[in-house]
Design a protein around this ligand. Structure first.
Ligand code: C5J
Length: 219
């Protein structure tokens, strides 16, 4: 199948392609979580949800591999480097108790994926301590086990966890398509430029297309 993408056609086989949904967690997408403690307007991420719900429904209907990721840490913070824990001047730090549970801690309500995009039983959920999906996780092994060679990437935030994952995947030989309207940032300018960076120089990290182009190819 071929998607009309930037910088050119993106070809993929749904049988060897995974839809990877990055960090659509309450901690990033809803008030009173990690994103808000850093001073961000989390409502800016909400526009991602409706188109991503449509892509997710289509991928599931076609039997494509769907993988969710969550950024977060063990309750004892043993996998949270001090460099991450102590950085910046948030209103609450990682591990502090907040209205939605301890900030960015696995097992807490705020750490989980938003109801609108909740994983189905059997869909892998990769818990990652970092921004990229490969670092400190079984994500690479999972892709190999499932025979995946291409990734359709969505989620938040575009210039942080989406970008890091796409860069890691690109270096490992995966062909990545990033869905422009199914990714989002607290900084619209960063979102725009991050997408440009992926497709620049002949697709230095991959391809970019709106979800409508992917859905047109899948129909
Ligand atoms: C951030 C992420 N922005 N999921 N994490 O800290 O992009």
């Amino acid at each position: 199948m071929i998607v009309d993408a930037n910088p050119g056609p993106y070809s993929f086989d749904p049988a060897t392609t995974a839809l990877v949904i990055i960090d659509m967690q309450r901690d990033f997408c809803e008030p009173e979580g990690f994103g808000e403690t850093l001073g961000n307007d989390v409502s800016l991420l909400r526009s991602v949800i409706p188109p991503l719900q449509q892509v997710l429904a289509t991928a599931r209907a076609l039997g494509m591999t769907v993988i969710h990721t969550r950024e977060g840490h063990a309750p004892d913070l043993s996998d949270c480097p001090p460099a991450k824990l102590n950085r910046g001047n948030p209103s609450l730090r990682i591990g502090d108790p907040g209205p939605k549970g301890r900030i960015l801690i696995r097992g807490e309500y705020g750490h989980d994926i938003i109801d609108e995009l909740a994983p189905l039983p059997g869909e892998p959920v990769v818990d990652k301590p970092g921004k990229g999906s490969f670092h400190g996780t079984g994500f690479g092994d999972l892709l190999r086990e499932k025979g995946i060679s291409s990734l359709v990437v969505a989620g938040v935030t575009t210039e942080v966890c989406v970008h890091t994952t796409v860069r890691e995947a690109n270096d490992r030989g995966y062909e990545c398509l990033v869905l422009s309207d199914c990714t989002g940032s607290y900084f619209p300018e960063f979102h725009r430029v991050a997408l440009e960076m992926i497709a620049a120089q002949g697709g230095i990290f991959g391809w970019v297309a709106p979800s409508s182009a992917l859905l047109a190819a899948l129909e």
